[in-house]
Design a protein around this ligand. Structure first.
Ligand code: CAA
Ligand code: FAD
Length: 380
C-alpha cells in the first residue's frame, strides 16, 4: 500500500492549484454575485486539459487517470465550486459517457470537441417528477424508424444554457420500465429544443442551471447511445464516476474553508493571544483536519478503484456521502472561526458554506447514496 502521490500527480495538482489561485480567485465573489462564469475561463481550463482529463488523447483528451481527476477537482473546488461543477459534469458525465458507451462516429463528432473545451456538455436525467426516483422518466422518445421524437421537460440542468451537446435520457417504451429508457445526444439549436431561464440559487451561483423543454424534437437514430433500452444503465454507470467528481468537489470546498480558517485563527487575536491558542478553536481545527483527511481517503480510494478497473459503485457513493457531510459541517465551522467576518462575502467562507450544500443533493442525494451503499452491503 502506498499513500504517496507520484511526481506526475504532484505536478498536475500544483498546476491546478496555480490556475485556481491566479485565474479563479480574482473575481470569484463578483461571479457569485452576478451568477456568471466567463467563456474565457472555460477556454483556459480547456487549454490546460481540464475539460477532458481522463479522455484518451486520440479523442483530444489529456489521458490522465482518475487520481489526477480528483486532484484537479479538489484544487479548483478550494477556490470556486462553480468552476469545478462545470469541469465535473463535462468530464465524468458527458465525456466519460460518450467515451465508454458511444459509437466511434459519436466520439469523432462530439467527444473530440468536448474533451478540449471547444464544446461544453450537459447531462439531462432529472425531471420535475423524476429526481431521486430516476426510473420514473416522463420525457418520451418515440421511435419513428430512422429518428426519435422527444417530448418533455428536464430540470436543474447544469451547464444548461451554455452547452453545445446535451445527453438526454428519455422513455421509449413505458411497458418495459427502466429497460425501455434510452439516452440520446441532442445538439443545441435543434428545432423544438428550448432553454428556460437560469435558476437563482443558494450556492454554486456561477454555474448556470436551467430547465429544458423538448417539443417534438427530432433526433436521428445514430444519436442514440448504445443498444435500445440501455439508457437507464447508461445513466447509472455514468453517475457512479460522476459521484467521484462531486466527492472531490466536496473535499475541495471543505479543504479550502479549512485552510482559510487555519490562517485566520493564527492572525486574529482575542484575550491577548491568537485565537488558535484557545483550546475551543484548536480542537475545531483538529476535528476539521481529521474529518477532511478521512474524506480524502475515501475520495482517493474511489478514484483508485476506478483506475484499477474495480467496481466503484459503492466506493463512489461512500466517498460522496462522507465528503459532502464533511463539506457541510466543516464550512459551518470555518464561518464560526471567522466570527463576524465569516458572515461577510469578502472572507469567502460564507460562499463555501452555501456551495457545500449542493454536494449533498446533486448526483444523488445523501439518502440515495445510503440506498446504494446499503443495497451493496446487504448483497455482499
Ligand atoms: N450500474 C449498472 N446498472 C445499475 C446501476 C449501476 N450503478 N444501478 C442500478 N442499475 C440497474 C439495476 O441493476 C437495475 O437493472 P436490472 O433490473 O436489469 O437488474 C436497474 O438499473 C434499476 O435499478 P434499481 O432497481 O436499483 O432502480 P431504483 O428505481 O431502485 O433506483 C437509484 C435506484 C440508485 C435510487 C437510482 O434511481 C438513482 O441513482 N437515483 C438518483 C438519481 C441521480 O443521481 N440523479 C443525478 C442527476 S445528474 C446530476 O445531478 C448532475 C449534477 O448535479 C451536476
Ligand atoms: P426528490 O427526489 O424529490 O427528493 C426530495 C427529498 O426526499 C430528498 O431529501 C431525497 O433524498 C428524499 N428522498 C427521495 N426518495 C427517497 C427514498 N427512496 N428514501 C429516502 N429519501 C428519499 N440533474 C441532472 O439530471 N443534471 C444536472 O446537471 C443536474 N444539476 C443540478 C444542479 C443543481 C444546482 C441542482 C439543485 C440539481 C441538479 N440536478 C441535476 C438535479 C439533482 O440531481 C436532483 O435535484 C436530485 O437528484 C434530487 O432530486 P429532486 O430534487 O427531485 O428531489
Amino acid at each position: 500500500m502506498d499513500f504517496s502521490l507520484t511526481e506526475e500527480h504532484i505536478m498536475i495538482r500544483d498546476a491546478a492549484r496555480d490556475f485556481a489561485q491566479t485565474e479563479l480567485l480574482p473575481g470569484v465573489i463578483e461571479r457569485d454575485n452576478a451568477q456568471t462564469f466567463p467563456d474565457e475561463l472555460v477556454r483556459k481550463m480547456g487549454a490546460l486539459g481540464f475539460m477532458g482529463i481522463m479522455v484518451d488523447p486520440k479523442y483530444g483528451g489529456s489521458g490522465m487517470d482518475a487520481i489526477s481527476y480528483v486532484l484537479i477537482m479538489e484544487e479548483l473546488s478550494k477556490i470556486d465550486a462553480s468552476a469545478s461543477v462545470m469541469v465535473s459534469v463535462n468530464n465524468s458525465l458527458v465525456c466519460y459517457g460518450l467515451e465508454a458507451y458511444g459509437s466511434e462516429a459519436q466520439k469523432q463528432k462530439y467527444l473530440t470537441k468536448l474533451a478540449t473545451g471547444e464544446s461544453i456538455g450537459a447531462f439531462c436525467l432529472s425531471e420535475p417528477e423524476a429526481g431521486s426516483d430516476a426510473t420514473s422518466q416522463k420525457t418520451t422518445a418515440i421511435d419513428k424508424g430512422d429518428h426519435y421524437v422527444i417530448n418533455g421537460t428536464k430540470n436543474w440542468i447544469t451547464n444548461g444554457g451554455r452547452s453545445d451537446v446535451y445527453l438526454v435520457i428519455a422513455q421509449t417504451d413505458r411497458d418495459k420500465g427502466h429497460k425501455g429508457i434510452n439516452a440520446f445526444i441532442v445538439e443545441k439549436g435543434t428545432p423544438g429544443f428550448d432553454i428556460g431561464p437560469k435558476e437563482d440559487k443558494l450556492g454554486i451561483r456561477g454555474s448556470d442551471t436551467h430547465t429544458l423543454q423538448f417539443n417534438d424534437v427530432k433526433v436521428p437514430k445514430e444519436n442514440r447511445i448504445g443498444e435500445d433500452g440501455f439508457g437507464f444503465k447508461f445513466a447509472m454507470k455514468t453517475l457512479s464516476g460522476g459521484r467521484i467528481g462531486i466527492a472531490a468537489q466536496a473535499l475541495g470546498i471543505a479543504a479550502g474553508a479549512y485552510e482559510l480558517a487555519l490562517k485566520y485563527s493564527k492572525e486574529r487575536k482575542a484575550f491577548g493571544t491568537e485565537i488558535c491558542n484557545h483550546q475551543a478553536i484548536a480542537f475545531k481545527l483538529a476535528d476539521m483536519y481529521t474529518e477532511i483527511e478521512a474524506a480524502r481517503m475515501l475520495v482517493m480510494k474511489a478514484a483508485w478503484d476506478k483506475d484499477q478497473g474495480n467496481n466503484y459503485d459503492m466506493s463512489s457513493a461512500m466517498a460522496k456521502l462522507y465528503a459532502s457531510k464533511v463539506a457541510m459541517e466543516q464550512t459551518v465551522e470555518a464561518v464560526q472561526i471567522h466570527g463576524g467576518n465569516g458572515f461577510v462575502k469578502e472572507y469567502h467562507v460564507e460562499r463555501m458554506m452555501r456551495d457545500a450544500k449542493i454536494t449533498q443533493i446533486y448526483e444523488g442525494t445523501s439518502e440515495i447514496q445510503k440506498i446504494v451503499i446499503s443495497r451493496g452491503v446487504i448483497k455482499g
